[in-house]
Design a protein around this ligand. Structure first.
Ligand code: DON
Length: 557
């Protein structure tokens, strides 16, 4: 090739690059990723009006409670991480539901299996019961976060949700699915009137749902603040509903009046060039995510492709170890001394890492010994125009919570996140029921910072105990494999909760099942329903995505 031709080719390549860069729109400067398009629009509207990420989170939560009622709402709780762009500080808000003063360690046991001794009651019966209803925390959490980091008036943040509840919204594919799956939800008279047709059939995709009672409830909340929920007639109705159930609970007016959201220190740890910050106990999420990342770091996963046998095996093995510790040690820190620092110490994890063999599964992992004596969810990620960010996982636990409605909202069943058995093999379980205690969670709202504490990403998921693996893989995909959120969230999943290795049923992974079995894994190939939402820095703006397995979207401007 002559010098002239090389020169001309060089110019052509540069021109093509410039044209394609010019064709790329500048990345949005503010963004909302959540599990329902109407909620994302409500959040963006608040950001447009000059609201902060926390203001937007209030609006997004209120619309999710209307249009994604199976997953979260004002009858539930959650964990929110807030990143302040000016100070680079992270504040953690714990709005986890709390066991009533009348809760007892054996309340989920039943002796009706005569001759077999006391057994946990069948799980569906525990879920759909007054026993499972914890004191809701989402509203107290949002109120506290708004007081500290909101700009717009509280009452202005409810407008979209009130309008949508009053005018109605079309049933989404996921809501339609859950109305058919949770058949007992129609036993609640309020639910029957709102989500079912006169012939008792569940509303179908695209049919309209109007929830006037919830619109009225949110007018009260907008005008009076949290006391509209925690005191007075609404509190009385919640208590009456819980006591009227055939399996009644003990929720009282005092439990509601005494509830407080708690501010906690973020649980942060290093991963390569980043700092990963997550939720401390009572969630097990932040601890497990950090343990797995630290266990995996020397294996340099960035050398593999996401569906390589080596990365699937290593992620599954490290997850087993983290779940063994989670199940043994994690509970509400007000009741259980969780040895967080020891469980994250490099020396402890180096010992645990020795249990990982590159060519054989360890099978069920034992919990480690850090010298310790006792031993229906939705995620949103929001970045505002100033670069402040929210990573908020919000829940009513199962789809439609305890399947009881009051004033158009659904009461959570978060207390089934406690261990039904207070004692196993003569050892008190860290996560046993105790009055005033918060049940252990797996929710893992996460923020990633760079070495200058600039925000790199916000991510989290729904999906019960699978949240930990979902969040972890999204992090590995965005950080090690440098995938944009859209691809990172769509990646087929490998999970291990210290049992079988679970592979998402897509050909790329299912094809690895036999190879994993040859390494000694018990393998299950199944459909998975994570609920991730993520935002990542790109250039001087943001790119985001919501889990393609659900109804959500990410939008920015
Ligand atoms: O706190 C927890 O870990 C559970 N209550 C979360 C439940 C959940 O993610 C259900 N969702 N899809």
């Amino acid at each position: 090739m002559t010098i002239l031709r090389r020169f001309l080719l060089g110019i052509a390549v540069l021109l093509a690059a410039a044209v394609s860069a010019a064709a790329q729109p500048a990345p949005p400067k503010a963004m909302v990723a959540a599990a329902h398009p109407l909620a994302v629009d409500a959040g963006l509207e608040v950001l447009r009006q000059g609201g902060t990420a926390v203001d937007a989170a209030v609006a997004v939560q209120m619309v999710l409670g209307v249009a994604e009622p199976q997953s979260s709402g004002i009858g539930g709780g959650g964990f929110l991480l807030y990143y302040d762009a000016a100070s680079h500080k992270i504040t953690v808000y714990d709005g986890r539901e709390m066991a009533p003063a009348g809760a007892t360690p054996d309340m989920f046991l039943t002796s009706k299996f005569l001759g077999l001794g006391e057994r946990p009651m069948p799980f569906p019966e525990a879920v759909a019961s007054g026993l499972s209803v914890g004191v809701p925390g989402a509203v107290a959490l949002l109120d506290l976060a708004h007081e500290e980091h909101g700009k717009l008036p509280w009452k202005d943040l409810f407008q979209s949700a009130i309008r949508i509840a009053r005018e109605g919204y079309p049933v989404s594919p996921r809501l339609a699915d859950w109305l058919n799956i949770i058949k007992t939800f129609r036993d609640d008279p309020a639910a029957r009137a709102i989500y079912y047709n006169a012939d008792g059939s569940a509303k179908r995709v695209g049919e309209r749902v109007v929830n006037a009672a919830l619109a009225d409830m949110m007018v009260l909340l907008a005008e009076q603040g949290p006391k509209a929920l925690y005191e007075g007639p609404v509190a009385e109705e919640m208590v009456a509903r819980v006591h009227a159930h055939v399996r009644p609970g003990t929720l009282s007016l005092a439990d509601l009046a005494n509830y407080r959201a708690i501010k906690r220190e973020a649980l942060c740890g290093p991963y390569r060039i980043w700092t990963i910050c997550g939720m401390p106990p009572p969630s097990s999420g932040g601890l497990a995510v950090l343990q797995v990342l630290e266990l995996l770091e020397p294996f340099d996963l960035y050398r593999d492709k996401p569906d390589d046998l080596r990365s699937l095996h290593l992620i599954a093995e490290a997850s087993r170890l983290a779940f063994a510790d989670r199940n043994r040690y994690v509970g509400d820190p007000a009741f259980v001394d969780v040895p967080v620092a020891k469980l994250l110490s490099p020396a402890y994890l180096a010992g645990r890492r020795k249990l990982i063999s590159p060519d054989k599964s360890m099978g069920t992992a034992p919990p480690g010994d850090p010298n310790y004596p006792e031993h229906g969810t939705s995620h949103m990620a929001i970045v505002d125009r100033w670069g402040n960010a929210v990573s908020f996982t919000t829940t009513i636990e199962s789809a439609f919570g305890s399947q009881m409605m009051v004033r158009g909202f659904i009461l959570n069943n978060e207390l089934t996140d406690f261990s039904a058995q207070p004692e196993v093999d003569g050892r008190l379980v860290a996560n046993r029921v105790q009055p005033g205690k918060r049940p252990r969670s797996s929710m893992s709202p996460t923020l990633v910072l760079d070495k200058d504490r600039r925000l790199v990403a916000a991510v989290g998921s729904a999906g019960g105990a699978r949240i930990i693996g979902d969040t972890l893989q999204a992090l590995i995909a965005m950080l090690d494999w440098n995938l944009p959120p859209r691809q990172a969230l769509a990646l087929p999943r490998v999970l291990n909760m210290n049992g079988a290795t679970i592979l998402e049923d897509v050909p790329a992974l299912a094809g690895q099942a036999d190879a994993l079995r040859a390494l000694g894994h018990e393998v299950q190939v199944t459909r998975l329903e994570s609920g991730l939402a993520a935002i990542r820095r790109v250039g001087d703006g943001w790119e985001g995505a919501a889990d393609p397995r659900r109804d959500g979207v990410a939008k920015g401007e």
